[in-house]
Design a protein around this ligand. Structure first.
Ligand code: AMP
Length: 191
């Protein structure tokens, strides 16, 4: 089973490209943001805790996120690959993830980083706010999410580079061009 992390700032397109990859290669998928929004919708204790952080544009504590991931990981057994969308987001999560995979005889096989300028990100997120109505897609919270991203998540890009799995794709201005670069890399990985 190939373990593929999709990485990037809020609004970089992690969800959009994940969906494309899931369809093209027949992969399993976990979006930790979607898991948390599901918990909030169902009014669970975890959802209540998560909401307080999400509404503030903050990351959920590592221990909680690591437990969530661990509880889902075994359900992917038998898939030829899985896309991790929005996880890991801190070095502590990445270290725990690497360990969790190692215990199962696996590793992180690829990290796909979506590199997009902040002006484009803000524009996309504000547009998404109008379409999807996500509570954390307002200008004030978006700015806090960017601060959190730069402080805690961006440094993780180097961590993946050190693991020898980082592949960066810079937004060329067109989705088709972005996709063809990602597909070329993924075709090799999944061959
Ligand atoms: P996303 O849908 O990936 O943009 O995630 C929405 C929000 O969920 C983030 O702003 C965080 O508050 C929270 N979240 C999702 N994944 C994680 C994670 N791996 N670690 C910490 N917080 C997360």
């Amino acid at each position: 089973m190939k373990n593929i992390v999709i990485f990037g700032a809020p609004g970089s397109g992690k969800g959009t490209y994940s969906a494309k990859l899931v369809e093209r290669y027949g992969l399993g998928h976990i979006s930790t943001g979607d898991v948390l929004r599901g918990e909030i919708k169902n009014g669970t204790e975890l959802g209540k805790t998560a909401k307080a952080y999400i509404d503030e544009g903050k990351l959920i504590p590592d221990s909680l996120m690591i437990d969530i991931l661990a509880s889902k990981l075994d359900s992917f057994a038998g898939e030829k690959g899985v896309i991790y969308d929005g996880f890991p987001r801190t070095i502590a999560q990445a270290d725990a993830f690497k360990e969790m995979l190692a215990q199962r005889g696996m590793k992180i096989d690829a990290m796909v980083e979506l590199v997009v300028g902040e002006d484009v990100l803000m524009e996309r997120l504000l547009r998404r706010a109008e379409i999807e109505g996500r509570a954390d897609d307002n200008e004030e919270t978006i700015k806090k999410r960017f601060v959190e991203y730069h402080a805690k998540t961006q440094p993780l890009s180097e961590w993946f580079a050190n693991e020898g799995v980082r592949q960066q794709f810079t937004w060329p201005g067109h989705m088709d061009e972005m996709l063809s670069g990602i597909y070329a890399a993924m075709d090799k990985l999944m061959a």
